[in-house]
Design a protein around this ligand. Structure first.
Ligand SMILES: [Zn+2]
Length: 1027
């Protein structure tokens, strides 16, 4: 049957539903809360000012949106013109096979080396000489003794003759750290600082070939590049050719490493690297990450895969820095936990001291080093807090100053194995004016000239790029291409991660794992929409290519839209963006960019869908405004078709919900077979309803499925049943006349179930108490609770970066009993409990397979009326997990964690990008998350996640404000309980396929009889076929 014909015959409007998205949940629940009378009451109580601000802000956004819509309209008009100019549509015979069969023909093959994904099939073990970060944590006492001039370290001494045989080589690396948004927006920083830095760079590096500079943020560099003339471009190319300017890392930004998902990390790295390749013909060799607040091995892995050989990190816990300095292991090969050989090794330099500014980079004594930051010369805008200013270097003082500086270089070099010392020279937004370039470069050159002309000092000092440093290091340590010196590695191997970062005392940076959760959720939404659109776009091009005929498909225009979206997603991965550590207006700027680039994505999806379904854009182009993210559009009571797209590489059965204007709806497959559907109330007010229809869509991997909807009475469509409960109170329900609604006056048990699970919920608190797995009939105690954290009464309090709680969390006990709403129907059942600050929903889908095995949890949180409070969800189970739990890193890998009583509470929180889990020998309990948040397991069997934070003060890390721009935020989770069935530990199988945790890759199955042995604590995912 020709699907395309059906569309034409029925003249139906097409909706595209991106299954991956949870957007509407956010959208619709927000609507719920705004209309909630409890909210209104609280708003009236002194929040009118906030309301006014919000209205102002909304008006601005609205104006912005109008502009965007106008732009889209223009681009559509242009596109339509190009459509009209093009030749006819694809011949129908090419598409007559039906869509579901059509897509697998697309010749898209991505080669992934088999060893890349084998980690999931291997047991974690470490080489004898390998440093494991978990062991380092076990070993260290985390005391914080005063180390003298190097406060967090120790006294460093040396012998004068130590460099007699092999001179000290000093590489001073000038750098300027340009945040793409923090205290100013990206554009404001560019206008006020960045463009001047880059303009001066061209002039000042050309003045002397010995001068060097590194640059790492391609978002800024590409913007500047677009604004300069051809002569300047040629001058830049010359600097790169001569090795004076190095593009370090080459990512779009210097990304956060805790909250970012690896899709986005790859995206921003690709975007930067492709820009460099196309415009400058450059391939970066060394990564430079001086400011991300803790470091993830996922980033190291991606650098390695992107062809980089070396990397530098800076923000690591001070106790770990000190320990590594004592051991001279600040330089190491960073290896992935799963790597049994050395294929993932990348040479990593960890900066030893407190910061990347000049006072903390020349050596251990900041009072001395500050005197060699010549921007701080007397009369300038900044000075040295240690109250000894720098001096201009003259023939009179050069000897004394050179000795002073050399002493610091020598001391620093004592922390490393080699006799090469790295001294970064720069800070945030440095080298803005010509004078500053002269101050730094001229004075340093005089010092170098003095040192180098005195052989008795045994030193060779120079400016260098970061790759210059690593090149010299590799040379002096005799390293070959494989990183070995006569078969032996000169550096140790390290595995694990560098979370959670502390820069001093008990100041742990675990607050930013949750700060501004609304934007963290938004980030993942754009990411999934973008990825879905990119995959569909690629499939469409492949299809067009396969059928050998150009079409009217606007490939170039769509590519531009995708590129813009990718770059804005990239920008948000910056370590002050997704982290929630920017100024209020900077956060709004990121959000506005997001909206602007999210909106055109459905245009791309629609174009692709049209080509794939009907092979022609012309006939349906005028309908493009009906393209929608899930459920955003009401279905009118007429005949409609819905196209459901599955952007992942696995077949999926998922519940699709769409607003409808009538409860009398039939849902049919493309072939006309009726589908079971559920009509549910949409509770605009928590007890007042309009309607939506939900059904289970089955979609092949990367496929499209078509469903038809029409008005009419249909036996397969059922209305949901409702029950409302409120302890000691009355509930009145309006606008739901067509539904069966029960409001029992006495206490009744609350329970919902599906083919896999049964949930038992307290009829007074509305919270989960027991979960029954139908597979084995066993009941498990799994309690959900909410808790508050306050902030300490000490001088230093929680802020955007830091979490400094006032002790253990206090139980959330609402002042009035919650309203509990129980929904039951053929497609899904749920319990929704409305508290003052949270609307909490537990939902079960009546689906066989993955979507039916987990409990969907949605918490819509509103803490806008609070003062210095953070709200967390706590899940308490009877799993004997002791002090062990697991969190993922960037949705890419799992890192074992140990909760340690020797560390303060806030140090035991870790980033949770996509999941956290607990296990004992019998069961594993996983909390999967749709947004990055901070998580911990403070007691055996317990898992908790901080959902939002409202903090009334700055935490002294430069931001200069608290976090008071909280938004109503829907946090989405899935809770999965799995028995670790002993039968499964030894199993005869005919094929077994390791599958990565991300489900992104499935290797071709090897048909051989094999036994799999799983050990406790092993992280494995297999797809097996019983033999
Ligand atoms: Zn920064």
């Amino acid at each position: 049957m020709k699907i395309s014909r059906q569309f034409t015959v029925f003249g139906s409007a097409i909706f595209c539903v991106v299954v991956f998205s949870l957007y509407l949940m956010l959208d619709h629940l927000q609507l719920d809360r705004i209309k909630n009378p409890i909210n209104e009451e609280r708003l009236q109580n002194g929040q009118l000012v906030i309301l006014q601000d919000k209205i102002d802000h909304l008006e601005r956004l609205l104006a912005e949106n109008n502009k965007i819509i106008a732009n889209i309209r223009d681009s559509v008009t242009n596109l339509r013109k190009s459509v009209n100019n093009d030749k006819g549509p694809l011949e129908a015979k090419n598409l007559s096979q039906g869509l579901v069969d059509l897509l697998p023909f697309a010749p898209i093959w991505v080669l992934i080396p088999s060893e890349d994904c084998q980690f999931s099939a291997q047991t974690y073990s470490k080489a004898a000489d390998e440093v494991q970060m978990l062991d380092v944590y076990d070993m260290l006492s985390f005391d914080n003794p005063d180390g003298g001039v190097w406060k967090q370290g120790f006294d460093i001494s040396y012998e004068e003759n130590e460099w007699d045989q092999e001179p000290l080589q000093v590489v001073v690396v000038p750098h300027s750290h340009n945040d793409p948004g923090w205290l100013k927006t990206f554009d404001d920083y560019y206008r006020d600082q960045t463009q001047h830095i880059l303009n001066n760079m061209v002039v000042k590096l050309h003045e002397d070939e010995r001068r060097k500079m590194i640059w790492s943020e391609i978002s800024y560099f590409s913007k500047w590049w677009n604004n300069i003339d051809i002569q300047k471009k040629d001058a830049v190319k010359k600097l790169i050719e001569r090795g004076q300017l190095e593009m370090a890392t080459g990512g779009w930004v210097m990304p956060d490493e805790a909250n970012t998902h690896y899709f986005a990390l790859i995206d921003q790295l690709l975007e930067g690297h492709q820009w460099l390749e196309r415009n400058l013909g450059v391939k970066p060799k060394t990564a430079w990450a001086v400011d991300p607040f803790g470091h993830s091995p996922t980033q190291a892995y991606l650098f390695k895969q992107a062809g980089l050989s070396n990397m530098l990190i800076q923000r690591v816990h001070y106790s770990i820095k000190k320990h590594f300095a004592t051991q001279k292991t600040l330089e190491f090969f960073w290896r992935q936990n799963w790597d049994q050989e050395s294929s993932t090794d990348i040479l990593c330099h960890m900066m030893p001291f407190y910061s990347y500014d000049v006072p903390h980079t020349c050596g251990p004594d900041p009072k001395i080093c500050c005197q060699f930051d010549f921007k701080r010369l007397p009369g300038g805008r900044i000075s040295c807090p240690w109250r000894i200013p720098p001096q201009v270097i003259t023939s009179d003082n050069v000897q004394q100053r050179a000795h002073m500086l050399l002493d610091q270089y020598r001391k620093k070099s004592k922390l490393f194995m080699s006799k090469v010392v790295l001294a970064p020279l720069g800070d945030d937004f440095r080298y803005t004016d010509a004078q500053e370039w002269d101050q730094q470069f001229n004075n340093y050159q005089k010092l170098f000239d003095y040192m180098n002309s005195h052989p008795e000092l045994n030193v060779q000092a120079q400016f260098g790029t970061i790759s210059d440093y690593f090149e010299i290091l590799r040379k002096v340590t005799g390293m070959d291409q494989a990183g070995m010196n006569k078969g032996v590695s000169p550096f140790p191997v390290l595995s694990g991660d560098f979370f959670t970062y502390a820069d001093r005392d008990d100041h742990y940076w675990s607050g930013y794992f949750t700060s501004r959760p609304f934007y963290k959720r938004m980030d993942r939404m754009l990411e999934s929409h973008l990825r879905a659109a990119e995959i569909l776009y690629s499939l469409t091009l492949a299809n067009i290519k396969m059928f050998g005929k150009p079409s009217n498909y606007p490939a170039v225009e769509n590519y531009k839209l995708l590129t813009e979206a990718r770059r804005n997603l990239g920008l948000f991965q910056h370590h002050d963006a997704i982290t929630g550590t920017g100024k209020d207006w900077v956060v709004v700027d990121y959000g506005t960019r997001y909206i602007a680039f999210l909106l055109p994505l459905p245009v791309v999806v629609h174009c692709c869908r049209t080509i794939l379904v009907s092979g022609d854009i012309e006939n349906e182009w005028q309908l493009r405004f009906l393209v929608s993210f899930p459920m955003n559009v009401f279905i009118m009571p007429s005949f409609r078709s819905v196209v459901v797209y599955n952007p992942i590489e696995q077949a999926r059965s998922s519940v699709i919900s769409i607003y409808v204007t009538t409860p009398h709806i039939r849902v049919l497959t493309a072939q006309g077979r009726p589908v079971i559907a559920q009509i549910t109330a949409v509770w605009e007010h928590f007890t007042q309803a309009s309607t939506e229809v939900s059904f289970v869509a089955h979609v092949p991997p990367l496929g499209l499925a078509v469903y038809q909807m029409s008005e009419g009475v249909e036996l397969h469509t059922e209305l949901a049943h409702y029950m409302f409960l409120k302890k000691g109170g009355h509930v009145s329900v309006t606008g739901a006349e067509q539904f069966r609604v029960a409001i029992p006056q006495e206490t009744v048990p609350v329970s919902v179930e599906n083919p896999h699970l049964q949930l038992f919920v307290s009829s007074t608190t509305g919270l989960l108490e027991t979960l029954k797995l139908k597979e084995n009939g066993l009941k498990h105690s799994i309690k959900v609770d909410f808790v508050w954290y306050g902030t300490t009464s000490n001088k230093d309090k929680s802020g955007a970066y830091l979490f400094l709680p006032d002790g253990e969390a206090k139980k959330y006990s609402p002042s009035r009993p919650p309203v509990i709403r129980v929904t039951k129907g053929p497609v899904f059942s749920e319990v929704t409990t409305t508290f003052t600050h949270i609307t909490h929903t537990l939902r079960l889908y009546n689906i066989q397979g993955v979507d039916g095995q987990a409990v969907e949890i949605c918490n819509t949180v509103d803490i806008r009326g609070e003062f210095n409070q953070e709200i967390a969800m706590r899940i308490t189970s009877d799993i004997n997990s002791m002090n062990r739990f697991f969190t993922d890193l960037n949705g890419f890998q799992v890192q074992p964690r140990r909760t340690m009583s020797k560390l303060p509470l806030q140090a035991n929180f870790y980033p949770m990008t996509s999941m956290a889990y607990l296990e004992d020998s019998n069961r594993r309990l996983t909390l999967l998350t749709a947004q990055s948040l901070g998580a911990a397991s403070l007691k055996s069997g317990q898992l908790e996640v901080i959902m939002d934070r409202r903090l009334n003060q700055d935490d002294n890390r430069g931001l200069g404000q608290g976090v008071l721009d909280n938004k109503i935020t829907a946090n989405s989770f899935r809770l999965l309980l799995e028995p670790r069935n002993s039968v499964l530990t030894k199993l005869k199988v005919s094929t077994f396929t390791p599958v990565s945790l991300s489900l992104m890759y499935e290797s071709s199955s090897t048909p051989k009889h094999q036994e799999i042995s799983l050990k406790p604590m092993e992280i494995c995912t297999y797809r097996i076929q019983l033999g």
